[in-house]
Design a protein around this ligand. Structure first.
Ligand SMILES: [Zn+2]
Ligand SMILES: [Zn+2]
Ligand SMILES: [Zn+2]
Length: 120
C-alpha cells in the first residue's frame, strides 16, 4: 500500500459499530463511506446528510404529481400549500392526534385498572 501522507493508520474513531474504514481512508467524507462502508464519523455523516438534503430539495423543487394533491403527503412531502393539500394534512394531523389520545386513554385505563385490581 502506498501512502505518503502523515495521517496515522488505525481504526476509525467513529462510534458506528458497522464501520469498516480505517482512519486516514480517503473515502471518509463521502456518501459511500457512510452508506456502504458504515462509517459514522462527522465528515461521513455530513456527506450523507448533504445528500439527503439534496434529494429532498430536488423532490420539492420538481413538479408535484397530481395524485399527491389532496393527500397529507402533498403538504408533508412536497410542501404543496394548495388548499386541498393543506386540508388533507390538517385532517390527517387531527386524526392522528385523536388516535393517539384514544390510545393513551385506553392505556391509562388498563394500567390503572390493573393497579386497582392488584390493590384489592
Ligand atoms: Zn468516516
Ligand atoms: Zn468510521
Ligand atoms: Zn397540492
Amino acid at each position: 500500500m502506498h501512502d505518503d501522507r502523515t495521517t496515522p493508520q488505525g481504526r476509525c474513531g467513529c462510534h458506528r459499530g458497522i464501520c469498516r474504514l480505517e482512519s486516514g481512508d480517503p473515502r471518509h467524507g463521502t456518501v459511500n463511506g457512510y452508506t456502504n462502508l458504515g462509517c459514522g464519523c462527522v465528515p461521513c455523516r455530513a456527506a450523507h446528510s448533504v445528500k439527503c438534503l439534496e434529494r429532498r430539495v430536488a423532490r420539492s423543487a420538481g413538479p408535484i404529481p397530481d395524485r399527491v394533491h389532496g393527500t397529507p403527503g402533498g403538504y408533508g412531502n412536497y410542501r404543496c400549500t394548495c388548499g386541498d393539500c393543506r386540508r388533507a394534512w390538517a385532517k390527517d394531523t387531527g386524526e392522528r392526534a385523536k388516535r393517539r389520545r384514544e390510545r393513551l386513554a385506553s392505556l391509562a385505563g388498563t394500567v390503572s385498572g390493573k393497579a386497582s385490581k392488584k390493590d384489592r
